[in-house]
Write a protein that binds this ligand. Structure first.
Ligand code: GUN
Length: 292
């Protein structure tokens, strides 16, 4: 058996089309949704993500502001920048690209953001709202995964979803979202992680397996139940002397082998990746709509 693919490029493109209509309505009312991205330091992966976010804003006709600060920026200078963005009327949403340099307290910076502009959904206020099932902004990656499942007609209600990874950005919010009552949720959720004993005993029970552990090809064929739906959130750069760049991106799932066993699977690249940026833009449009 070879599984079907869940194509993140196609799904995100239909969501982008929906967003374009909402942006047109906003513009007709004199509002151009604005997103600011703050990057501290020169982490190459973060630079790529930040550029992609700016480019997508331009494509959608949104206002975009990229603020690049040097690695040695002090915490108080970054807090001042947050305060400016909180007050900037042209900016409806902003985010601080993570990780931050070690000398800056991430929690302190996230806490200083206006939760109504926190389009990443990382402020404790938004984390709490999500947990009680009254979300304002859902974090983009798990929200993107939920949309992929919904739009691929994968009904998670009553199913056993096993999430591999417990980060604040993916694993924990993903579990909270799928546990809620309602559309795209009502799942039975298990979270496993790097300290779980006999992790494969859990992954083999998954009707839907969501993997965000940050280890290339961590999930092998023997760890997956036949017919499972497999969502791979991982993006790991590995050496590949046969490619022009000398490296390529692979997920946390051994795609070629797991594909023979899963009913549906997401590729890397072209799976969850495009959904993340898409849901970030959706949150920014929502923030602009809230400002009306
Ligand atoms: N670093 C990795 N993923 C993310 C994300 O979704 N948002 C921010 N701000 N930083 C990240």
């Amino acid at each position: 058996m070879q599984s079907g693919l869940i194509n993140g490029v196609d799904i995100s493109s239909s969501i982008f089309n929906e967003l374009k209509e909402r942006i047109a309505v906003l513009k007709s009312k004199g509002v151009t949704p604005g997103l600011a991205v703050v990057l501290v330091g020169e982490d190459p992966a973060s630079q790529v993500y930040v550029r992609m976010k700016g480019k997508k804003c331009e494509e959608l006709g949104m206002h975009s502001l990229t603020i690049t600060l040097p690695e040695d920026t002090s915490e108080s200078d970054l807090l001042k920048k947050v305060d400016e963005l909180n007050k900037d009327g042209r900016i409806h949403g902003f985010l601080i690209q993570l990780p931050l340099p070690k000398h800056i307290n991430e929690d302190k910076v996230l806490n200083a953001m206006d939760p109504r502009k926190d389009v990443d959904g990382f402020h404790p206020f938004n984390v709490g709202k999500m947990l009680i099932g009254e979300p304002l902004f859902l974090p983009a990656t798990p929200a993107g995964v939920q949309q992929m499942l919904l739009r691929s007609n994968v009904d998670v209600a009553g199913k056993h979803v096993v999430i591999v990874g417990r980060s604040n950005i993916v694993g924990k919010p993903m579990a909270a979202m799928l546990l809620q009552k309602g559309k795209g949720a009502d799942a039975t959720v298990t979270v496993v992680h790097s300290r779980t004993n006999n992790l494969e005993e859990y992954t083999r029970q998954a009707d839907i397996l969501i993997v965000a552990i940050g280890k290339a090809k961590f999930i092998t064929k023997d760890m997956v139940k036949k017919g499972a739906v497999v969502i791979d959130v991982g993006t790991n750069r590995v050496d590949d002397p046969t490619s022009e760049k000398g490296s390529r991106l692979v997920g946390d799932v051994d795609f070629d082998n797991v594909r023979e066993k899963a009913s549906l699977i997401t590729p890397v690249p072209g799976g969850v990746g495009p959904m993340t940026i898409c849901l970030l833009m959706a949150n920014t449009v929502k923030a602009a709509e809230m400002s009306l």
